[in-house]
Write a protein that binds this ligand. Sequence first.
Ligand SMILES: *Cc1c(COP(=O)(O)O)cnc(C)c1O
Length: 360
Amino acid sequence: MSRVYNFSAGPAMLPVEVLKEAASEMLDYQGSGMSVMEMSHRSQVFQNIIDEAEADLRDLLNIPDNYKVLFLQGGASQQFAAVPMNLMKNGVADYIVTGQWSKKAAQEAEKYGKVNVIASSADKTFSYIPDCSDLPIDDDADYVYICENNTIYGTKYKELPNTKGKTLVADVSSCFLSEPHDVEKYGVLYGGVQKNIGPAGVVIAIIREDLIRDDVLPGTPTMLKYKTQADKGSLYNTPPCYGIYICGKVFKWLKKQGGLAAMKEHNEKKAKILYDYLDQSKMFKGTVVPKDRSLMNVPFVIGDKDLEAKFVKEADAAGFVNLKGHRTVGGMRASIYNAMPIEGVEALVEFMKKFEKENA
Ligand SMILES: *Cc1c(COP(=O)(O)O)cnc(C)c1O
């Protein structure tokens, strides 16, 4: 068996320890005589799995007691509708557009109310995060929405916007648990877990209790109403049981690594290896303004399509896979989430150096 270094933006690498442990429990989960895939979501065994996952996540993130943790389905994209349906009381929301995902979220929200785009970095292909210190926040806005780490463009908010007292909603899909998040600064933070936490099929939403209401938008589907899920402890219907189980294992793995402050340090060290090389390379160039660079997604270009295709092909053959950039940016992108070991980034940089020398 040989594992590659997988730089996919998602679904992405998971820690080998977690995969091995799951494999060892595949046929008989802790004496239950069945796999987690086969057991009732109403069983005590599964209840323990979801309870422990939530407790570990609360521990990792220091989630205050007045926040609910929901394990949902439908991907991060489903939340683009759920957020306005649950939160638009005045029918107005402010969106900051820093890439495809926030653009899609804003477009979806327009179906349910008035959306103001109060800042955008579209003018420079989303290569930076706009100044958010003094935004034209609407007095009636029910919330201010951001995508905190832009998976496609490789930018990250290093400071949260000044929302002037309005509720902040953040899509944290691609930076979830990569560093500490100060949960109290958000009304809602949510993310699809397939980027940095677990298998596709689970979305985790952390929501302040006062935002979980009965008076949601008329017509809101039962399943999209946060209150339905909160009242039933994410077990209103069959949840993505196996996915939640794997997330729980990743939470334990993160605690073993020293928690999120240790992860941040590790991720900074890892990203620096790649950025330092990009900054001195004559061939490869990073596409993002240095101060707004993501620790998780690193887009870079050569500026010659043929040479880029050659690089991606040769990298793939050498065991560095999924480096092709998103079609809207071109070039390459290395996603280096929590589970990517430092050796993976070091080896990639060595490979890039060799390619640069051979193709100068
Ligand atoms: C991948 C991604 C999404 C879309 O996630 P789905 O689970 O496929 O709906 C949304 N937002 C961000 C930031 C992402 O990285």
